[in-house]
Design a protein around this ligand. Structure first.
Ligand code: ZN
Ligand code: ZN
Length: 621
C-alpha cells in the first residue's frame, strides 16, 4: 500500500510504563488481531481504557494489523475517547478505509470539522483512500485540501495522484503531478505510473518508467502490471526477467502478476522460469504466491507441480484450496477434486462461491449427475451461496451431457437472471449431440439474436440443420455469418521461443520440414486406418478457418513442429485459443498411439491429455 504508517505523534505524551516500557512497544511492527486484543487488555488493566493517547495508539495498531479488525471493535475504541485528537481521528479513518464500511470515514471527517479538531497531512490521504473511486467526494475533498492549505504536502499530493488514477481520470492525476514538480517523490511517480497501468496504457507507463529519477520494486511492478493489463504477456515476462536479473527484489504483487501472465499464456516453460526466479532469489512463498503457482501450473497443464506446491504449504486459505480444486477439475480429475473438497470440509473451513465452481465443474467433467445436483443444492441451501452464471453453467453442462436436456431447460427457466450466451451455447451443443433438432433450431436462432457477431453460434446451428438434412436452412445460416471471426492460432514453446501458428501458415522458418512431417503423419495414420472426417469438414467445421484444408489447421502445424523439436519421452504441449475441431481431436488421438507421444492441448475451455490413442476429455468437449 502506498500509505506509510504515521511515525510522528502529535501529542507525544509518555505512556505509563510496565517495567519501564510502554505497553504498546511490545507489539511487533505488523501486529496480529490477537496481539492487539492482548495489548488492549493490558491497557485496561493499567487504567488507560479511556486515555486519548493510549487508545489513539491502539487504533494506529489496528490500522496496520495483519488482518483488519471488525469496525464494531475499532468504533468502540474510538468512542471511548472523550475528546478525540487528530491522531486518534486519523487512525480511526485509516481503520475504516480498509474496513467493509469505508464510507463511514467521511462522517468521522465531518465530525472532526464540526468539533474543530485540526486536520493534518495524514488526514487526507487516509480519507481519499476510504473514498475508493467516489469521484464527487474526492474532488470535494481536493477543494478542502486547498482551502486548508495542505496542497503543498507531498504525502497529500501522492494521495491525490493515487485517487485520480484509481478513478481512471489521468488528466486530473497529471495536473496534480505536473503542478509542483519539486513536490514529488518516488511514491508520486509510482502512483502516476500505476494509474496508466490500470488503463493498460503501456506507452505512457514505459515513458514514465524511464523518465523517473529512481525506480523501486513498486515502479517495476506497475510497469509489469501495465503490460499484463494491455495483454502483452510475453513482454511482461521479459521485463520480469530483467527485474530479477538487474533490478530490485520483486515483491509479492509482481510475482503474482507475472505468474498470472504465464498462466494466461499457458506456456509451462515461462511459468517455470518465474518459479525458478522465486527460488533463486530466495523470495518467501506466501499463500498468495503459492495460489498463483498452483493456478499457473494447472493452467499450463502440469497438475503434478500444482499438487507439489499445494502439499508443501504449511498454511492454506480458502483461495489456495480453490486453486487446487478448480485445477484438478479443469484437468478432468473429478474424483481427486471431490476428495480434496471433502478434506477441505473436514477441516471445518467455509467454502465460497469459487469453491463450488470447482466442485460442480468436477461433477460435470465426470458426468456425476446425482453428485452435481446434491452439491448445487448444498451450496444454495446449506451454505447460502447465491448461484452465479458459472454455477448454472456447470450444472446445465452436466445435465445436458447426460441427455437430461429437459431438466437443464427447466433449470434455466427457473434462473433469476437472464442466461448468458455461453449457457445457451451449452444447451445448443447438447441438442446437437442428442439429436433434438427442433429444440436445437429454436435455441440456435435465439442465440444468434443474442450474439449476432459470434460465428460459433452460426456454425453450431448450421450443424444442427445439417444433421436433420435441412440443407436449405444450412445455406441460409451460413450466408448470415458475419465477419467478426476470431482468428484461430496454436502456440508451442520450443528452444526458448514461442512459436505461434495459424491455419495454412507458411511463414515459419522451418516450413518445408513441417510440411514433410505432416506428410509423414498422414501416411502413417492412413496405414493405421484413419480416414478424414469429411462430413465434419463439410458441415461442422468448428471454429477454425473453414476455407483451410483440415490438414493445415493450426494445431496440426504446431503438433508436427512439436514432433520435430520436442525430444522423445517428453510431452508435446500446445495452447490453442479456440475449441479443437472433431477431426483434429481424432488425429491427435491416433498420433498419440501411432507415434507413442504424449500430447497435451489446452484449448479455449479445457485440457486434452492425449495418450495411447485416447483423450482425458472422454471425447466430450
Ligand atoms: Zn482442426
Ligand atoms: Zn479431448
Amino acid at each position: 500500500m502506498f500509505l506509510p504508517c504515521p511515525t510522528h505523534e502529535d501529542q507525544p505524551r509518555r505512556l505509563p510504563s510496565v517495567a519501564g516500557r510502554a505497553p504498546l512497544s511490545f507489539l511487533p511492527s505488523i501486529p496480529s488481531p490477537r496481539q492487539i486484543l492482548q495489548a488492549h487488555a493490558l491497557l485496561i488493566l493499567l487504567g488507560l481504557a479511556r486515555s486519548r493517547s493510549a487508545m489513539g495508539h491502539l487504533l494506529a495498531a489496528c490500522a496496520i494489523s495483519s488482518f483488519p479488525l471488525p469496525t464494531s471493535y475499532t468504533r468502540a475504541i474510538f468512542n471511548q475517547i472523550e475528546i478525540p485528537n487528530v491522531f486518534a481521528c486519523n487512525n480511526f479513518i485509516r481503520c475504516l478505509a480498509r474496513s467493509a464500511a469505508p464510507a463511514e470515514a467521511a462522517a468521522v471527517y465531518r465530525r472532526m470539522r464540526r468539533q474543530g479538531v485540526p486536520t493534518n497531512n495524514y488526514t487526507f490521504p487516509f480519507l481519499l483512500h476510504s473514498f475508493l473511486e467516489d469521484l464527487p467526494a474526492g474532488s470535494q475533498l481536493h477543494a478542502h485540501i486547498f482551502k486548508l492549505g495542505h496542497h503543498g504536502d507531498v504525502f497529500v499530493r501522492n494521495g491525490l495522484v493515487h485517487f485520480y488514477g484509481l478513478c481512471r481520470l489521468m488528466s486530473c492525476a497529471r495536473k496534480v503531478f505536473d503542478e509542483m514538480p519539486q513536490r514529488r517523490d518516488l511514491v508520486t511517480w509510482n502512483a502516476f505510473i500505476a494509474g496508466y497501468a490500470r488503463l493498460g496504457q503501456v506507452g505512457a507507463c514505459e515513458k514514465l518508467f524511464w523518465e523517473m529519477p529512481q525506480r523501486d520494486a513498486v515502479s517495476w511492478s506497475a510497469l509489469i502490471m501495465g503490460l499484463v493489463q494491455a495483454g502483452s504477456m510475453e513482454k511482461a515476462l521479459a521485463v520480469f526477467g530483467e527485474m530479477a536479473a538487474h533490478g530490485p527484489l520483486p515483491n509479492e504483487a509482481t510475482i503474482v502478476t507475472v505468474l498470472s501472465a504465464a498462466a494466461q499464456l499457458g506456456l509451462l516453460e515461462r511459468g517455470r522460469a518465474v518459479h525458478a526466479a522465486v527460488q533463486a532469489l530466495n523470495l518467501p512463498v506466501s499463500v498468495n504466491v503459492a495460489t498463483a503457482l498452483i493456478d499457473m501450473y494447472a493452467k499450463c497443464g502440469c497438475i503434478s507441480s500444482s499438487r507439489a506446491v499445494f502439499e508443501g504449504m504449511p498454511q492454506r486459505d480458502v483461495f489456495l484450496w480453490n486453486a487446487m480444486i478448480c485445477g484438478l477439475a479443469a484437468h478432468g480429475l473429478a474424483g481427486e477434486a471431490l476428495q480434496l473438497f471433502e478434506r477441505f470440509m473436514d477441516l471445518g473451513l467455509a467454502p465460497n462461491s469459487i469453491t463450488f465452481v470447482g466442485v460442480l465443474n468436477a461433477c460435470s467433467r465426470a458426468g456425476l449427475v446425482e453428485e452435481g445436483r446434491r452439491q448445487f443444492s448444498a451450496m444454495t441451501e446449506l451454505h447460502k451461496i447465491e448461484p452465479e452464471m458459472e454455477h448454472y453453467g456447470c450444472l446445465v453442462d452436466l445435465l445436458a451431457r447426460a441427455g437430461l436436456v429437459q431438466e437443464a431447460l427447466e433449470l434455466v427457466s427457473r434462473m433469476d437472471k437472464a442466461p448468458d450466451p455461453v449457457l445457451w451455447g451449452t444447451l445448443l451443443g447438447a441438442c446437437k449431440t442428442h439429436k433434438l433438432f427442433d429444440l436445437g433450431a429454436q435455441i440456435g436462432n435465439r442465440l444468434i439474436d443474442l450474439e449476432p457477431s459470434h460465428d460459433g453460434h452460426f456454425v453450431l446451428l448450421s450443424g444442427v440443420y445439417a444433421m436433420a438434412g435441412r440443407w436449405e436452412e444450412v445455406r441460409r445460416v451460413r450466408q448470415q455469418m458475419g465477419a467478426g471471426k476470431v482468428a484461430g492460432w496454436s502456440a508451442i514453446e520450443a528452444e526458448g521461443k514461442v512459436h505461434r501458428f495459424v491455419a495454412g501458415d507458411r511463414e515459419h522458418e522451418r516450413w518445408a520440414e513441417i510440411q514433410e512431417k505432416l506428410g509423414e503423419m498422414e501416411r502413417r495414420l492412413m496405414e493405421a486406418g484413419y480416414r478424414p472426417d469429411v462430413a465434419g469438414v463439410l458441415h461442422d467445421i468448428a471454429e477454425e478457418e473453414k476455407e483451410m484444408a483440415v490438414r493445415e489447421h493450426s494445431e496440426r502445424l504446431a503438433m508436427a513442429f512439436g514432433m520435430m523439436v520436442v525430444e522423445e519421452g517428453r510431452a508435446i504441449r500446445i495452447v490453442k485459443n479456440l475449441r479443437v475441431c472433431g477431426d483434429c481431436h481424432d488425429v491427435t488421438k491416433m498420433v498419440s498411439a501411432v507415434f507413442r507421444r504424449e500430447i497435451i492441448v489446452r484449448d479455449g475451455s479445457r485440457f486434452h491429455h492425449f495418450n495411447a490413442g485416447s483423450c482425458s476429455c472422454g471425447d466430450f468437449w
